[in-house]
Write a protein that binds this ligand. Structure first.
Ligand code: APR
Length: 313
């Protein structure tokens, strides 16, 4: 049996394909691309294409497509993209009815076959789907996280960099809260290599950039007719890498709160340290009164969807 790490990607669609591509190019481990039986051949074809790509680019990991959960057995990391993406005019919350049964079936497969995995959920509505996956599997809360904050912060960083005409590498941005239109940008943690962005961007411009960030996913859905996949995949891979290599990166992720920031029994975006044990720490920032109010609004939206999910349990 191989001692290589194993990464199971659930959902072999747009995000799943890009995830497999990144995991392979970075040689994070062997990759299993899982999808429903109707898409098994598609998943196998994508896996083969990506394996052949290794001959061109010079990476060598095993990539398999499957619709059999047994092939995911023993995965070190599971990244969940199963579900339908948004269409123009839809909010992430509109997806709950379709994606809830999908997340439940993924949870059952993961529970049976991959009980020790670190799980990164991408499916939307994100905060409610990651909540449900943890609830249904009963996996340790520190082993189940949602990908949103890294992506939302990346979008914020890009818009800021372009506005300031500065290199994106020097932008440090932090967006917390739920992965919805009322996400919470934390300006005190948003700097150009430590220099507060307020020194470069006037308030009206900053407000416009925040507004664009909040609907950053929707802007792409409108343009493409489906949701983004390159940046979401990269964001999830950065979380998986932090776990696999015990990097102890501080990343904004949807994590289970048990009193932190004044919230209990909810998954929402907060800064966490991800290391070899999963979420090793939830970092509590001092929020301004404004930020606290935004967080409360965002948490109320998330709770509304979680309540719907709990009622149908
Ligand atoms: N198990 C595994 N895969 C499933 C299941 C299931 N029960 N149900 C659906 N899928 C698969 C679909 O067959 C499809 O191949 O999930 C895949 C989703 O791929 P896309 O339709 O291309 O969607 P994508 O853009 O990758 O987004 C996936 O991530 O960002 C979120 O809102 C987005 O919820 C959506 C998810």
């Amino acid at each position: 049996m191989s001692t290589r790490k194993k990464i199971a990607i659930i959902g072999a669609g747009n995000i799943g394909g890009e995830l497999a591509n990144l995991c392979a190019q970075k040689e994070l481990g062997d990759v299993v691309l899982f999808d429903i039986p109707a898409k098994a051949e598609y998943a196998k074809g994508k896996a083969l294409d990506l394996e052949q790509n290794g001959a061109v680019l010079g990476y060598d990991v095993k990539i398999t497509g499957t619709s059999d959960w047994r092939d995911c057995a023993g995965a070190d990391v599971i990244i969940v993209t199963a579900g339908v993406p948004r269409k123009p005019g839809q909010s992430r919350d509109d997806l709950v009815a379709t994606n809830l049964p999908i997340i439940r079936s993924v949870a059952d497969g993961a529970k049976e076959h991959c009980p020790n995995a670190f799980v990164v959920v991408i499916s939307n509505p994100l905060d409610a789907m990651v909540y449900e996956l943890q609830r249904r599997t009963g996996f340790p809360k520190e082993k189940v996280v949602g990908m949103a904050g890294v992506l939302d912060s990346a979008r914020f960083s890009l818009f800021l960099a372009r506005e300031m005409n500065l290199n994106i590498k020097d932008i440090r941005a932090m967006v917390l809260g739920g992965h919805g239109d009322d996400m919470v940008p934390i300006l005190s943690a948003t700097t150009v290599n430590g220099v507060p962005v307020g020194a470069f961007v006037p308030k009206e411009k900053l407000d416009a950039i925040i507004a664009r960030t909040r609907v950053g996913g929707g802007e792409i859905v409108k343009l493409m007719g489906t949701s983004a996949y390159y940046a979401p995949a990269s964001a999830a891979v950065s979380m998986a890498e932090s776990f696999l290599f015990d990097q102890k990166r501080l990343l904004p992720c949807a994590a289970y709160l048990d009193g932190q920031y004044g919230y209990k029994d909810i998954y929402i975006g907060v800064p966490v340290v991800i290391g070899g044990k999963g979420v090793e720490k939830i970092v509590e920032l001092e929020l301004s009164a404004d930020e606290k109010a935004m967080m409360a609004k965002s948490a109320a939206s998330v709770q509304g969807i979680v309540d719907v999910v709990k009622k149908s349990a």
